[in-house]
Design a protein. Structure first.
Length: 479
């Protein structure tokens, strides 16, 4: 038992120190290792398998909307990066440069892509000539580099994995439609697959993407009450097509600029899954994203027939769920805590007495509830249980999120909430960046988004300056 205890004691409790808890889970659940390059991480098999599931499911959903995958080079010539002014200003401070090729200094520095708008624009300029060439709905799966000063596994690292979609359209309406379509796709993915409720909305001018006309975002609330931007979709209008000269001839033989969008989701999502669902025993994975959904753990496995039966059960379950058999020579107690640490949604416990009685015990990772199940019923009970867990995990996360949304009607209330209640703060805003800056400076919260579905007027005046209010804004401390 002493050994079993050790695994759980290896992680700091959430209430004691959330940041340390997070780091402990990331390492003890075997998701990452630190690398010799500061600020970069090695994603281990258990971590990468989660990313692969995210990738497969997102990619499937993308393709249903007509997205095609391409691959662009990882280097951007300096002159190309500088074509769009806001864009270069936004990214310059965190760009990594290649100055040499072999022993020779390059005539022009190359930046390692922090994002690929400029490359796609340069490409689209060449391949789009006529209205018949539109729309272009391309996406690439790749890594990008941003030289961040402070890094944390999954949440902020100097190199991270993502997808970036880049589209070109004939009309402004079509571009706006695509921008919103992708944001909704992201939101549905988070809610249906990651069991993570999100607020859909628009970023303020101050918080929008460098070079965008409008940025839309989905914001999730982590267990500690901090927000995490979980996916963004940008409408560029003609902000890039004009400086890059991406034009097409329309049906009347007139030259027109294309309207563009871009949208991305990253390995940050893995950090979000950990911080929305995890507990003091480690990771808790929603079944739809869990690389292993069921682990079969034999009890007294040296007794005759136990391992054989466990293997048989595991094989049967393997046809209806992603199943693993843990037949290692560790103690069952150790295997239980390991399965808990790794967040496997259901474990099946199977000992000699169970086998004799033709049953086994199913244990839910999320609630630890134990359920007796006849061996004959496993193929129907387990998939239904996984679906139930998925649904209840979403409901729990939503209840937690909803109970951490607070309304501030004036600045005193705003200050009081920001200082004492972790969560989202709903407050009216006049639209002036001066108020946004003041709120950030005074209260250390930023505007997360102006929600689409929640634009009720909770007051007529800006909670900061008292002038007439334009928008309801969700505010919060953010990762
Ligand atoms: Zn104001």
């Amino acid at each position: 038992m002493a050994k079993d205890k050790k695994l759980v004691e290896a992680i700091t409790s959430m209430s004691e120190d959330f940041a340390q808890w997070y780091t402990d889970v990331v390492v003890k659940a075997d998701l990452i290792a630190y690398s010799s390059v500061k600020g970069c991480m090695i994603i281990k098999p258990d971590g990468y398998a989660i990313w692969e599931n995210i990738q497969h499911e997102l990619d499937r959903r993308f393709k249903e909307t007509g997205v095609q995958n391409v691959y662009m080079p990882m280097f951007i010539p300096e002159s190309l990066l500088q074509v769009e002014k806001d864009h270069v200003e936004g990214f310059a401070p965190e760009v990594a440069w290649v100055t040499h090729g072999g022993l020779n200094e390059l005539q022009e520095r190359l930046c390692v892509r922090p994002t690929s708008e400029t490359l796609f624009c340069d490409f689209y300029k060449d391949i789009i000539q006529s209205h018949r060439d539109l729309p272009k709905v391309y996406n690439q799966w790749c890594s990008v580099v941003r030289w961040e000063k402070e890094t944390r596994p999954f949440l902020r690292s100097r190199e991270f994995l993502w997808q970036e979609g880049h589209t070109a359209h004939a009309t402004a309406e079509e571009a706006e439609e695509r921008t919103i379509q992708m944001l909704n796709l992201y939101a549905d993915f988070c809610e249906e697959v990651l069991a993570m409720p999100v607020v859909r909305g628009q970023k303020t001018e101050k918080e929008k993407f460098a070079g965008a006309e409008a940025t839309y975002t989905i914001e999730a609330l982590m267990h500690d009450g901090k927000a995490l931007q979980s996916g963004t979709s940008h409408n560029f209008g003609t902000n890039f097509s004009k400086p890059f000269g991406i034009q097409y001839t329309d049906k009347n033989n007139q030259l027109q600029y294309v309207y563009q969008t871009s949208w991305g989701m990253t390995t940050r999502l893995i950090g979000a899954i950990i911080m929305v669902h995890g507990d003091d025993s480690g990771l808790v994975l929603p079944p739809r994203i869990a690389p292993t959904q069921v682990v079969v753990i034999p009890i007294q496995q040296r007794k005759e027939g136990v391992l054989e039966k466990a293997a048989e059960v595991s094989e049967r379950l393997g046809k209806v769920a992603r199943t693993k058999l843990d037949d290692s020579d560790k103690s069952p107690g150790w295997k239980f805590s390991e399965a808990e640490m790794r967040g496997i949604p259901v474990r099946v416990e199977l000992g000699p007495k169970d086998i004799e009685a033709g049953k086994c015990v199913l244990v839910r990772r999320d609630t630890r509830e134990k359920i007796e199940c006849a061996l004959d019923d496993l193929e129907s009970v387990v998939p239904a249980l996984l679906e139930q867990i998925q649904k209840e995990m979403f409901e729990r996360a939503k209840a937690h999120r909803d109970s951490h949304i607070y309304d501030a009607h004036n600045y005193d209330e705003f200050r009081e909430i920001a200082n004492t209640k972790p969560g989202f703060i709903r407050a009216m805003w006049c639209g002036d960046v001066a108020c946004e800056n003041k709120i950030k400076e005074d209260l250390a919260v930023t505007s997360r988004c102006m929600p689409f579905n929640d634009q009720e007027h909770i007051s007529d005046v800006c909670a900061c300056c008292g002038k007439p209010a334009k928008k309801l804004v969700y505010w919060g401390k953010a990762y």
